[in-house]
Design a protein around this ligand. Structure first.
Ligand code: NDP
Ligand code: OXD
Length: 318
């Protein structure tokens, strides 16, 4: 028998059970979908579990299922799994690639880029002071946006920004050919990418090669008055360095969705910093009704003995 175990404290498991039931009418999700650790009673033997659906699973939990054929992550970033030394490396790990996840991230990026580009961060303060003035406005065609990461999310955001007229560049490991987008790749091109970037967007995976990439040195390489938008992981930013750059005015403002410690502690200076627009890790939330299609297809592939799509390369870290 094949069974699915759901390991996540982040979401309502019933939403995923329901979405998968619709995407896999051939399966009996009432019988075969088990929620760790509270709803495991219906399972005779942990060996029966071939699929784990996970989001930040508790350390050691995946080791309890020796028959696993795939670990399917209910989000795009797999850093929390790879950081846990107990995850079974021999089991294929799948990340989330889903049109709704991509669409919603692009909305977030467009919103933040337009917010800074059109100076709404300044107009908001002016409203509070009853200050009716118009500020000089740069033309979109002259505004240089740079995206760290040009994968599913960075690539889509880049395309939409190009459509709005922005001058867009991406930075990735390998060269990209995206219409109208300048491609920088490799560590030795990072400085040149930063030098031309007025609005920096981070959409990198968190790996040993990208942790702390937004730091005093790289922030100093951005032009005076640049903006930072981080929708990837808190670990990409050296938070004290960003605060110092905001305080000095070198960075005019930042939009931060992710933090090293989440939920963001009440004592964090980011909460009340006038240059920070903050959100609680909601840039793009997984949508079960949309993501279930790709998950169902991967479950079918694995059960037919085929390799799943959207595999993570553990050595690369994403
Ligand atoms: P992808 O794996 O599709 O893309 C990753 C991109 O980063 C690729 O272009 C890759 O380069 C590049 N990259 C990786 N390592 C390096 C490096 N060392 N130097 C330069 N470029 C590098 O990931 P997604 O676009 O699907 O997701 C990106 C991240 O967004 C996730 O890992 C997650 O952390 C975050 N996220 C945040 C959400 C939120 O709500 N805040 C929601 C969803 C995701 P190459 O193409 O050459 O391989
Ligand atoms: C993700 C996230 O990685 O929501 O999908 O952060």
């Amino acid at each position: 028998m094949n069974a699915i175990v759901y390991l996540s404290e982040n979401d309502d498991p019933e939403r995923w059970r329901q979405a998968l039931a619709e995407a896999m009418p051939e399966a009996d999700m009432a019988r075969d979908f088990h929620v760790w650790p509270d709803q495991m009673a219906g399972l005779k033997d942990y060996d029966e579990v071939d699929i784990a659906l996970v989001w930040r699973p508790p350390s050691g939990a995946l080791m309890k299922f020796p028959g696993l054929k795939a670990i399917i992550n209910l989000g795009a970033g797999v850093d929390s799994i790879l950081d846990d030394r107990t995850w079974p490396r021999h089991v294929p790990l799948v990340r989330m690639v889903d049109p709704a996840l991509t669409r919603h991230m692009t909305e977030f990026v467009l919103h933040r880029v337009l917010h800074f580009h059109r100076k709404f961060h300044i107009y908001q303060g002016m409203q509070r002071r009853h200050d009716w003035r118009e500020l000089p406005q740069a033309d979109t065609l002259e505004r240089r946006v740079g995206i760290l990461g040009a994968g599913q999310l960075g690539g889509d955001a880049a395309r939409h920004l190009v459509n709005l007229g922005f001058r867009v560049a991406v930075w990735s490991r390998s060269e990209k050919r995206l219409g109208g987008v300048e491609s920088f790749y490799g560590n030795n091109r990072l400085a040149a990418f930063l030098k031309r970037t007025e609005i920096l967007v981070c959409l990198l995976p968190l790996t040993s090669g990208t942790a702390g990439i937004i730091n005093a040195r790289t922030l100093a390489q951005l032009p005076q008055g640049a903006f930072v938008i981080n929708a990837a992981r808190g670990g990409h930013v050296v938070e004290d360095d960003l605060l110092a750059a905001l305080d000095s005015g070198h960075i005019e403002a930042a939009a931060l969705d992710v933090f090293r410690n989440e939920p963001l502690p009440d004592s964090s200076p980011f909460w009340d910093h006038p240059g920070v627009m903050l959100s609680p890790h909601i840039a793009s939330l997984s949508v079960p009704g949309s993501a279930a299609a790709a998950i169902a297809e991967n479950i079918r592939r694995v059960r037919r003995g085929e390799s799943p799509r959207d595999l993570v390369e553990p050595d690369a870290g994403y």
